[in-house]
Write a protein that binds this ligand. Structure first.
Ligand code: ADP
Ligand code: MG
Length: 724
């Protein structure tokens, strides 16, 4: 019998596998390699004429418009630098609305007409490209006959050389827009939102009498992921094609022992981590923290926070690097939000703050936040933003895959609330009653061992169940999915903050103009903010049933699935918001909504077909063989006059029948024509295909528990999660 071959061979291969040695040279220090492949400002300073360097720096640091005259000089220096690093090609790298990274490679060589070629890289080639846009989703922004799309250099995100065994490439981060200037990517709106936020933040800082500098938002993204041996991965068509297991019973030993979180990192994984960090360092990505996560086989990496658009680019690059390095180490890196049912899923916590070189971090409370009025104003803006636009925040993380995670008691609920912690909650309570006059101080923890010093504790505790939590000097948005780009959530945060800051700035400016004392005006607006928007503040357990009821009473939306959340993108309020601050126009909003629906229907459609195929070609045959074996055994026993027990055969047969029934229903759901609008297809996927797939899974997993192990061909959860 050959049904088991794939799986049992995989196990043998895993055992025989010898991981490669880590490629750190003994003499190398992280300091030496950090940024080695980045065309950084320090490289520019060395290689560019002084005036050109100053001009580019003004664009990077002060958002001054790029002087087109300097582009030629930068391009030429960039090309020479890249060719010294072995680059033969250059690529404009952009982020289409699939959450993937796209690049179009061109050679530096240009024929000169006499049969030879010269290495050329002109300023206009650096600043603008024209990839064929027709194969990227546009949500109706572009007809195929107007396939033009343009890429444009993002000067504020550094170019870099990407190494590849078959040749190195100079990569230039770019935006991607249609011929009519509409955004076809994640970066364009992020940059627009950044600009809007900076303008209105500056108004407030000026009112406080400070020099605002150029305010930017910062993002530090914590990335969770799974690693499994590649032999197992290749034996699972569902993991290959859908990124998650569509079948598979839970292992007898799950994560209930909590023995993986912060446990010792396995050697093989440590080798992989050291290698990825080396690659990330070369690209100037400040990888910092690494540890095991809650589930077996799950890990996390958190790079140091950076300016939001750079962090978003680096995040995409990090995911690509992880995939590549994992393969080198014989593993597959899974970024799906829920690769394994019944096991903790993966998120990407987006840590957000804002500030500038002149004012520092605007979300830093200091020891006595009650008398840090500027901090309180910015913090109250966050409260208003989250309260007014919680639905939009939910929509910014909506996807078929993230639906498996949100609200499943492992990730924050779909209700978007804000956690302030003890100290701040108390300060805002005082403000609500009139004015804040005191701040709860830091506590002291006494370990009770004479040789150990007492340790100061934070004034605010942590709350893992809140989707939007204050964590000392930043807010942490915990709902984003592990697979998605951070650009979408960051664009939303920047824009809703813009609205709140604009509102507060207008109030304060008007009050001061009318002769109200500034401090009084600040008190009044803070009280208004917490009174009108305090409903979004929740410091309790976000996983509890009670919260669902209370949140409803407070009028907070609870958008459970992507189908519920996506319409937020095209609500009156959202469209007005994004249009007002020039982040998206109506057409762009509609296109994002359409693409959201399309991607949702597409990914569930693929999963449904895969489930049907996998259950029909792997599970049914295994069960039939086992059924036959049992029947033959019974017949043989009967022949020699043995008493026979039909239980096993009956059990398998009943479960097999149940699976066949579920398969027929899934087949019928797949054959139903939902109608041809994106909304109809998405609704069909979510309400007909998903439950039909679930039913097949339940029936198939029940068979996994009874069919003889040697007949089972799909690697089991136990094997995938525990053998590394
Ligand atoms: P946690 O305790 O939440 O697991 P980690 O250390 O794993 O924290 O990750 C915290 C993330 O928050 C890092 O990416 C870090 O750079 C980022 N971060 C720290 N301070 C700020 C800030 N002021 N603004 C934005 N991100 C920040
Ligand atoms: Mg963390």
């Amino acid at each position: 019998m050959s049904g088991n071959r794939v799986r049992l061979d995989a196990i043998k291969d895993v055992e025989a596998y010898v991981p490669p040695a880590v490629s750190y040279a003994a003499t190398e220090t992280p300091g030496e390699i950090f940024g080695a492949n980045v065309f950084s400002t320090s490289v520019m300073q060395k290689r560019l004429p002084k005036s050109v360097y100053k001009s580019v720096l003004a664009t990077i640091e002060r958002s001054a418009p790029l002087d087109p005259l300097v582009a030629d000089a930068v391009a030429s220096a960039m090309k020479d630098w890249a060719m010294e690093k072995g680059a033969t090609h250059y690529a404009h790298v952009f982020y289409p609305l699939t959450h993937l990274t796209a690049e179009k490679h061109d050679s530096f060589l240009e024929p000169v007409g006499d049969g030879t070629a010269l290495a050329e890289f002109a300023g206009k080639t650096l600043t603008q490209g024209e990839p064929d846009a027709s194969s990227f989703p546009s949500g109706g922004l572009r007809n195929t006959f107007e396939a033009r799309g343009y890429t444009g250099w993002d000067v504020t995100s550094p170019a870099y050389v990407l190494e590849n065994p078959n040749g190195n490439t100079l990569c230039i981060p770019t935006i991607f827009v249609s011929m009519t200037g509409e955004a076809l990517d994640h970066k364009t709106p992020l940059l627009r939102s950044q600009q809007a936020m900076a303008t209105h933040a500056a108004r407030i800082i000026k009112l406080f009498g400070h020099d605002p500098g150029t305010v930017v938002s910062y993002c530090g993204a914590e990335q969770e992921y799974f690693l499994i041996d590649r032999h197992f991965f290749l034996a699972r068509p569902d993991l290959i094609n859908a990124g998650r297991t569509l079948l598979g019973a839970r292992p007898p030993k799950g994560q209930e022992f909590d023995d993986h979180y912060f446990g010792a990192i396995p050697d093989r994984v440590l080798g992989f981590m050291m290698d990825t960090e080396r690659e990330l360092f070369k690209l100037g990505i400040p990888a910092k923290t690494r540890h095991n996560e809650v589930a077996p086989g799950q890990f996390e990496i958190a790079p140091m926070f950076e300016r939001a658009n750079v962090a978003a680019d680096h995040q995409q690059l990090l995911m690509t690097t992880f995939k590549t390095v994992a393969k080198k180490h014989g593993m597959e890196c899974l970024f799906h939000e829920k690769p394994f049912a019944g096991v903790n899923g993966s998120g990407k916590h987006v840590n957000f703050s804002m500030g500038s070189s002149t004012v520092g971090n605007l979300l830093l409370p200091g020891d006595t936040p009650h008398d840090n009025a500027q901090f309180l104003v910015f913090c109250s803006a966050v409260i208003r933003a989250v309260h007014k636009y919680g639905g939009l925040l939910r929509a910014s993380v909506a996807s078929a895959s993230n639906d498996h995670r949100l609200g499943a008691n492992e990730a924050p609920p779909a209700i978007i609330s804000i956690f302030l912690g003890d100290q701040l909650a108390d300060v805002f309570d005082q403000i609500a009653k009139g004015a804040a006059t005191s701040s709860k101080g830091k506590g002291t923890l006494i370990p009770g061992v004479d040789t150990l010093p007492s340790l100061p504790t934070d004034p605010g505790d942590r709350n893992r169940t809140s989707p939007f939590a204050f964590t000392g000097n930043r807010f942490e948005f915990r709902a984003p999915g592990s697979m998605q780009s951070v650009a979408g959530p960051m664009t939303t945060i920047n824009t809703i903050m813009t609205e709140a800051l604009d509102y507060i700035a207008s109030y304060l400016e008007a009050a001061v103009a009318e002769g109200t004392e500034f401090n009084t005006a600040v008190q009044l607006i803070l009280t208004e903010m917490i009174t009108n928007h305090g409903a979004a503040v929740f410091n309790g357990n976000g996983y509890s049933e009670d919260w669902q009821i209370e949140a409803a009473a407070r009028g907070l939306p609870n958008l459970k699935t992507t189908l519920d959340a996506l319409p937020e993108l095209v609500s009156e309020a959202s469209m007005e918001l994004f249009e007002k601050y020039h982040v998206f126009n109506h057409r762009e909003m509609h296109s994002r909504y359409e693409i959201g629906l399309e991607q949702y229907a597409l990914s569930i459609g693929v999963e449904a077909r895969l489930t049907l195929e996998l259950a029909s070609t792997s599970v049914v045959p295994a069960a039939v063989r086992y059924q036959t074996e049992l029947a033959q055994n019974l017949a043989a026993l009967k022949k020699v006059g043995f008493e026979t027990d039909l239980t096993d055969l009956e059990v398998v047969s009943a479960k097999l029948t149940a699976l066949r029934v579920a398969l027929r229903a899934l087949d019928a759901a797949l054959a139903t024509d939902p109608g041809h609008t994106a909304a109809a297809e998405a609704t069909h996927a979510g309400t007909a295909l998903l439950p039909a797939m679930e039913a097949v899974r339940t029936a198939a997993d029940a068979l996994e528990a009874v069919v003889a192990d040697d007949l089972w061909s799909l690697p089991t959860y136990q094997e995938m999660l525990y053998i590394l």
